[in-house]
Design a protein around this ligand. Structure first.
Ligand SMILES: NC(=O)c1ccc[n+]([C@@H]2O[C@H](COP(=O)([O-])OP(=O)(O)OC[C@H]3O[C@@H](n4cnc5c(N)ncnc54)[C@H](OP(=O)(O)O)[C@@H]3O)[C@@H](O)[C@H]2O)c1
Length: 254
């Protein structure tokens, strides 16, 4: 929750039209954030998320941005600042896995798209956010959360190694940026979900992956998007005011 006597936080969430990003948006709206949510294709889904957030009292800007287009990624923070005058939070959530399959068969173009969307766009958006937030540049500080994956550490053999590589890179962004920008009021953290019930698995070619993987999860079930959102909300809240460089695994015991 946020302090009602302070101005409302303004938080950008990439890829919030569905899945984990949508759950984060709805949770943050309920916690008192105004929001900038982005999507790639699914405008109707993004509008439905925005309506639910508005019903919770949030002001919401919806942006269509293909994060494979790095010039488009560069417009996200300026659009948010134009709309709200300030940005206090960023959740780098949008991500793709590529198709599940053997490492030797991954087309290079697919690995490149994974790196554009999962690494280079977050790099661009994070730099713009920090330039706006940093207290040595006239900002008031802020909080950034990178949505990584347990794959960063498992390496996802026989499944999607390039995706695992991209998430390891995102983890390095958290580690480096939390140290470089801690002195200027910017906290940077990671949330690493385990297998969570969203459409990302269908896009990877394995729609039933959450239930197939359940026997290998100590809690014997996949996560639900709202269970990831709680960790993100914590890291963006004042309760996490001394938490930076952390990686919260939300993975049912894995
Ligand atoms: N689900 C899991 O099991 C799991 C586990 C570990 C980590 N994660 C991570 O959690 C994050 C969210 O995953 P999810 O499962 O919620 O995914 P999802 O259900 O597939 O949703 C992906 C979201 O990202 C957007 N998006 C995809 N490609 C984009 C692009 N090129 N440009 C802009 N937006 C794009 C989608 O927009 P549209 O709706 O317009 O297509 C959608 O809002 C990802 O970073 C993922 O790697 C997920």
């Amino acid at each position: 929750m946020t302090d009602a006597s302070l101005p409302r936080p303004v938080t950008i969430i990439t890829g919030a039209s569905r899945g984990i990003g949508a759950a984060i948006a709805e949770r943050l709206a309920a916690d008192g954030h105004d929001l900038v949510i982005t999507y790639r294709d699914r405008a109707a889904d993004a509008d439905a998320v925005a309506r639910r957030c508005t019903d919770s009292g949030a002001r919401v800007l919806v942006l269509q941005v293909d994060l494979a287009d790095l010039d488009a990624a560069a417009t996200v923070v300026p659009s948010a600042v134009d709309a709200f005058g300030r940005v206090t939070g960023l959740v780098n959530n949008a991500g793709i896995t590529g198709r599940i399959g053997p490492f030797l068969d991954v087309p290079l173009e697919e690995a490149e798209a994974v790196f554009r969307i999962n690494v280079l766009s977050p790099l661009i958006i994070t730099r713009a956010a920090i330039e706006h937030m940093a207290t040595d540049r006239g900002g008031v500080g802020g909080s950034i959360v990178n949505i990584s994956s347990g794959a960063a550490k498992s390496g996802a053999p026989n499944t999607y190694i390039p995706y695992a590589m991209s998430k390891a890179a995102l983890n390095a962004l958290t580690t480096g940026a939390s140290k470089e920008f801690g002195p200027v009021g910017v906290r940077v953290n990671t949330v690493s979900p385990g297998t969570t019930r969203t459409e990302i698995h269908a896009a990877a070619g394995r729609p039933d992956a959450p239930d197939e993987r359940a026997p290998g999860i100590p809690m014997r079930r996949p996560g639900e998007p709202h269970e990831i959102a709680g960790a993100v909300a914590y890291l963006l809240s004042d309760d996490a005011s001394y938490t930076s460089g952390a990686d919260i695994r939300v993975a049912g015991g894995n």
